[in-house]
Design a protein around this ligand. Structure first.
Ligand code: PBG
Length: 325
């Protein structure tokens, strides 16, 4: 009789031994909760395509922020939905705009206990829904947009944000933002760069979440899902421009990219477990097709295993409770 020369199953034979030899641990402190706040709401409004996620009112935002911090998450990422949108996204740079007010309120409420981050992009604020301003021919004007991002960074910093998250994929955005933050005395505000962000169908539910007015697509500025090597070029540029954290987005379809980026980055690497990834699991779990908690934890474990130090995920607060409870 021949015997297996090696028996990997020995290290799987009890829960205790599996726990002892686990290579990957997901910790609450690495999870970042995205939060949506909409101008003009008196109470939270559900987002149909993201069951369990809401557009917050000014009040409910603070309750959610407190709850998330109590659960042990590492940070909050704020998105604002203004009542009035225009060609240049004026509400994004207005100190009284919905996002800037929300930053100030959240920082005042929980700022010492967590890292408050904000989306730095124009798509929620423009009436055409693009991430930048438009040139006369209707294309997205890269360098004109940088000017707007530079102003938006200063407005967010003035509101007290700890870390800005430029997500528009304009060339040179990190350098432009870093320069304006430094010139305005906000040298301590960090930049979480959406470095490798793909033009993905998995942002679909997010578009409902922020009441996006986009018609068309973002293929001229977000990356082509076919490209892997190109992500390293984007990351190298953002690192050279001064990014403090680099992010890959989406997460699940792009774990190869995440792994590549983690291998070369000398700053922390984040991954965005996006809205469509959330909604797929929620829908399958609601239909009884999969075990919700197990699927969520496996997802977060896989993203961590691939190389993410931080994960932006709509499950952040709930998962943090599971992980500590
Ligand atoms: C742009 C932005 C988007 C997301 C985060 N920041 C949408 C887009 O690029 O179209 C998507 C996040 C998600 O799908 O969860 N401000």
């Amino acid at each position: 009789m021949s015997w297996p020369a090696s028996r990997p199953r020995r290290l799987r034979s009890s829960a205790a031994i599996r726990r002892l030899v686990a290579e990957t641990t997901v910790a609450p402190r690495q999870l970042v909760l995205p939060l949506f706040v909409a101008e003009g709401l008196n109470e939270p409004a559900p987002i149909a395509s993201m069951p369990g996620v809401v557009q917050h009112s000014a009040d409910s935002l603070l309750r959610a922020a407190n709850q998330a911090v109590a659960s042990g998450v590492g940070g909050l990422m704020l998105f604002g939905i203004p009542l009035h949108k225009d060609l240049v996204g004026s509400a994004g740079t207005d100190p009284a705009g919905v996002l800037n007010r929300a930053i100030a309120a959240v920082v005042a409420e929980v700022g010492d206990a967590t890292v408050v981050m904000s989306d730095l992009c124009l798509d929620e604020f423009t009436d055409h829904g693009h991430c930048g301003i438009l040139a006369p021919d209707g294309s997205v004007d890269n360098d004109g947009t940088l000017q707007r991002y530079a102003e938006m960074a200063v407005a967010q910093a003035a509101a007290g944000v700890h870390m800005v998250g430029p997500s528009g994929m304009m060339d040179g955005q990190v350098a432009a933002i870093r320069a304006s933050l430094d010139a305005s005395g906000h040298t301590d505000v960090a930049v979480l760069a959406y470095a490798a962000k793909y033009a993905s169908a998995f942002y679909g539910p997010f578009r409902e979440a922020v009441a996006s007015s986009l018609e068309g697509d973002r293929h001229t500025y977000q990356q082509d899902p076919a490209n892997r090597r190109e992500a390293l070029r984007e990351v190298a540029l953002d690192l050279a421009e001064g990014a403090d954290v680099v992010m890959v987005k989406p997460a699940l379809g792009y774990l190869d990219v995440l792994s590549d980026v983690a291998a070369v980055s000398d700053v922390p690497v984040a991954a965005y477990n996006v809205s469509g990834e959330y909604s797929m699991i929620e829908a399958a779990a609601a239909a009884g097709y999969i075990d919700r908690q197990a699927a969520v934890l496996e997802t977060l474990t896989s993203i961590t295993r691939a190389g993410a130090d931080l994960i932006l995920t709509y499950w952040a607060a709930e998962a943090a409770e599971w992980l500590t409870g």
